[in-house]
Every structure is written in C-alpha cells, then in structure tokens.
Design a protein around this ligand. Structure first.
Ligand SMILES: CC(C)(COP(=O)(O)OP(=O)(O)OC[C@H]1O[C@@H](n2cnc3c(N)ncnc32)[C@H](O)[C@@H]1OP(=O)(O)O)[C@@H](O)C(=O)NCCC(=O)NCCS
Length: 169
C-alpha cells in the first residue's frame, strides 16, 4: 500500500474528486455540494500521497434510517462522497479512509448508501447490505444501504447482483 496520510480538509477540497469520480457528466455546481457538508459536526477527510490529494470521504452525524431493523433511529455516522483518484484505486486508499472515518464513530452506527459497484469494497471491511436496492436521483445508479459491523438479529440482509472489480468513476 502507498504511503498515505489522512487528515481533515474543508468541504470545498472534496469538490474536484467528487466531480470527477462521483458526478462525471453532471456539470451543475450544486452536484458536488451535499446537504450537511457545512454542518459543524460534519468531517471531511482527505487522503494525501505527499501533498497530492488522492481520496476523499465525508462523515455526517445522521441517525440510522428506519429501514434497518433493530438499529433504526440509533445515533449514526453516515459516510458520503467516498471517492479515490482513478489511478490510485486498488492501492488501499479507500480502506485507509474508511478506517480513519470509522475511528471517529465513537459508538455510533456507521452506515452509507453504497453504489452497487462498490458493495464488495465495503463487504471487505465487514459491512453488510440491508434491505432492497434503490436508484438515487443524484446519480441514476443502483444503491443499497449498508451498515458497518454485525447487525442485530432480525435485520434483513439481501444478496444483490453486483459487478466484480473496482468501480469505475
Ligand atoms: C470504491 C472505492 C472508494 C474503493 O477505494 P480503493 O482505494 O479503490 O479500494 P482499496 O484499494 O482500499 O480496496 C480495499 C479492498 O476492497 C477491494 N475493493 C475495492 N474496490 C472494490 C469493488 N468495487 N468491488 C469489490 N472489491 C473492491 C480491494 O480489492 C481490496 O481488497 P483486499 O482487502 O482483498 O485487498 C474506489 O475504488 C472509488 O473511488 N471508486 C469509484 C467511486 C465509488 O464507487 N465510490 C463509492 C461510492 S459508495
């Protein structure tokens, strides 16, 4: 794995990677601004190789959605905007960003809306799919809700069709 340092960055520094990796083809300025980006308890993490920003992830304090049996409404930490520079993908940057964010959970349940193409990445880290798939309006892409760590008994897991290999930007 490459030598990396992970540290907080201002929201605006996430925009370039969000644009190129997550919102390619959507030129609207607001496409890379997420509701909650500017909340004081939101943390944006950047992964740096030297001085070069090669990955970003945003962590927002948001309760666990109602569709997660046993955990609904519990204090949560939501991951958004996980994006690794395309030529740095597959080298441990995403894993390092995930670990750094989860270290800030402090007992909260960590969750996200994962692109189906990225489900395998989260599963490698012990996350689990919950409930049915859906397509987000912002991307038009299939997603599933995922939760980090073991789920309580009764949580409904699914096994969606998925593509193998790293997700393209
Ligand atoms: C998904 C993404 C964040 C993963 O980051 P990354 O730096 O490429 O992943 P890492 O190199 O840290 O991979 C960690 C592990 O997950 C695996 N992995 C990575 N992406 C995967 C994928 N899409 N599907 C299945 N496994 C994947 C790696 O093979 C590695 O496995 P290992 O533990 O056996 O070595 C990155 O590829 C990316 O930005 N993709 C495009 C945007 C995207 O889909 N973002 C997620 C939105 S929910």
């Amino acid at each position: 794995m490459a030598e990396l340092s992970i540290r907080p960055i201002p929201a605006v520094r996430t925009h370039d990677l969000r644009r190129r990796v997550l919102r390619a083809g959507d030129p609207r300025p607001e496409a890379v601004c997420f509701v909650g980006d500017d909340r004081p308890d939101t943390v944006h993490l950047g992964a740096f190789a030297g001085t070069h920003l090669v990955g970003v992830a945003t962590w927002m304090v948001e309760p666990v959605p109602a569709v997660v049996p046993g955990l609904a409404g519990r204090p949560g930490l939501r991951l958004r905007g996980m994006a690794v520079e395309p030529w740095w993908q597959g080298q441990g940057v995403g894993r390092a960003l995930l670990a750094a964010g989860m270290a800030r959970a402090h007992g909260r349940v960590v969750w996200c809306h994962a692109r189906d193409r990225a489900i395998g990445f989260y599963e490698r880290a012990g996350w689990q799919v919950v409930g049915d798939g859906f397509v987000t309006e912002a991307t038009g892409l299939p997603h599933h809700l995922m939760v980090a760590g073991p789920l309580e008994p009764g949580a409904r897991l699914t096994a969606p069709d998925r593509q193998a290999g790293p997700a393209p930007g």
